[in-house]
Design a protein around this ligand. Structure first.
Ligand SMILES: Cc1cc2nc3c(=O)[nH]c(=O)nc-3n(C[C@H](O)[C@H](O)[C@H](O)COP(=O)(O)O)c2cc1C
Length: 196
């Protein structure tokens, strides 16, 4: 698929089903994770690809965290349906920033101290978008979710992740059961000015 087609095809897809990610697809995602840029080439982005039972475990963590936070009664209904829809997907990508790395750049370049944490978020966003496009390119759907920081401690404990990894986002992905409807666009001239 042409890059520009993948950009147009990418949407927030919530109605997802199981799909097998081939070894080749996993390699391509690994390649993408390596190629996404970062400020000063700090490479503080970290990615965890959860498949099969590890994917299920994430959504179990989200469910139990939400039940603890809002209670069983409020969890039932819409919230429970939403979490079940993410669990029905094929896998989930977790995106992190390794704050130890980001902090080391603050120490090395004090004049940019305020910028590095912001740039780390930017680079995280670039990583998330690259994966989102990659899934579109693979013919899969995905959405971007934020159950952090509620789930951070349980996630780190379950997968033995370093304390300094800050969870930024979760991206459930899978087969597209139903594509989302049309979305509204603002006038292109308001969004981008082409000057020559
Ligand atoms: C930075 C960012 C954060 C987002 N956070 C969420 C989120 O927490 N939950 C969610 O369902 N969608 C989230 N979205 C998806 C947006 O709502 C969605 O991209 C937007 O409405 C446009 O729709 P589209 O993705 O189908 O083009 C997020 C998108 C971006 C770029």
């Amino acid at each position: 698929m042409e890059f520009i087609d993948a950009v147009g095809k990418r949407r927030s897809v919530y109605d997802l089903g199981k799909a097998v990610l081939s070894d080749d697809a996993v390699s391509r995602l690994q390649r993408i994770a390596m190629d996404v840029p970062s400020a000063y080439n700090s490479q503080s982005q970290r990615v965890v690809l959860l498949l099969e039972k590890e994917h299920d475990a994430l959504w179990d963590i989200v469910e139990s965290s939400l039940r603890r936070r809002i209670g069983d009664k409020r969890y039932e209904g819409k919230t429970s349906e939403k979490i079940d829809s993410f669990r029905a997907a094929a896998g989930t990508v977790l995106f992190f920033d390794d704050t130890d790395v980001t902090s080391s750049f603050v120490e090395r370049f004090p004049s940019g101290a305020d910028n590095f944490p912001v740039w780390a978020d930017h680079a995280g966003g670039m990583m998330q978008y690259a994966f989102w496009l990659a899934f579109a390119d693979l013919g899969l759907g995905a959405s971007l979710q934020h159950y952090n920081p509620l789930i951070d401690d349980d996630v780190k404990e379950r997968w033995g992740l370093p304390a300094g990894w800050k969870l930024l986002a979760q991206m459930p992905f899978g087969a597209v059961n139903e594509r989302p409807g049309a979305k509204e666009y603002m006038p292109v001239s308001e969004k981008i000015r082409v000057l020559r």
